[in-house]
Write a protein that binds this ligand. Structure first.
Ligand SMILES: [Zn+2]
Length: 181
C-alpha cells in the first residue's frame, strides 16, 4: 500500500490518499460538476471563487503497510503542522485524542439535536408505516416492532408460525419480514 499526504497548492487544505492521480481527477470533477455531491464543499467553493488551478503538493509518502489508525495519525500530524483545521479549509480532523473527541462529540450533539428537531415530523411519519413482524407476521407500526416482539401475542404466534417454511430472502436487511414464501 502506498499512501500520501498532500496539500492543495495555494490552499491550506491537507488530505490523504493512496492514489494521487485518481484523487486529482476526483477533485476536478467534484469542483466543476454541479451534480457532484461534493460540489458545495468549502474547498471547492474556495477554488471556484478564487479561480485557482487544482494542483496537489505531496507532503509525505509511505510505501509500506500500516494500519488505518497510523494513516489518520500521520494525516493529523500534517493538519496540525499547517493548522489547516483552525486556520484553513479542512472541515474535520483526521484523528482526535479521546479527550478531544469527547469535546467534539459534545459540540456536535447540539447540532445533531437541532437536525433531529427539524426532521422530527418526517421521522415520525416514517415510523407510522406498518410492517409485518418478522417473527409472527402481525402487522405492526415500524417503531413499535421491538416492543411488540416482547409481547405474549408475538411469542405465542411465533411458535405457531415456526412450522411454516420461509425463505431467507423474505427478510430485508433490517430483519423485517417481507412476505411469506
Ligand atoms: Zn410479532
Amino acid at each position: 500500500m502506498v499512501f500520501y499526504i498532500y496539500k492543495m497548492k495555494g490552499i491550506n487544505y491537507v488530505v490523504s490518499t493512496n492514489n494521487i492521480k485518481g484523487r486529482t481527477k476526483c477533485h476536478k470533477s467534484s469542483c466543476y460538476n454541479k451534480n457532484s455531491k461534493k460540489y458545495n464543499l468549502l474547498v471547492y467553493q474556495y477554488i471556484r471563487e478564487k479561480e485557482m488551478k487544482i494542483e496537489l503538493e505531496i507532503l509525505f509518502c509511505y510505501k509500506k503497510n500500516c494500519s488505518k489508525k497510523i494513516t489518520f495519525l500521520i494525516e493529523q500530524f500534517y493538519i496540525n503542522k499547517f493548522n489547516s483545521f483552525n486556520n484553513g479549509i479542512n472541515s474535520s480532523n483526521a484523528f482526535l485524542s479521546k479527550k478531544k473527541r469527547k469535546k467534539y462529540n459534545e459540540e456536535y450533539k447540539e447540532i445533531r439535536k437541532k437536525k433531529y428537531e427539524k426532521n422530527k415530523n418526517i421521522i415520525s411519519q416514517k415510523n407510522k408505516i406498518k410492517i409485518n413482524c418478522c417473527r409472527c407476521g402481525s402487522l405492526v407500526r415500524k417503531d413499535c416492532l421491538k416492543r411488540h416482539q416482547k409481547t405474549k401475542k408475538c411469542k405465542s404466534l411465533s411458535k405457531e408460525e415456526l412450522d411454516f417454511k420461509y425463505d431467507q430472502n423474505a427478510y430485508n436487511e433490517e430483519g423485517e419480514f417481507l412476505e411469506w414464501f
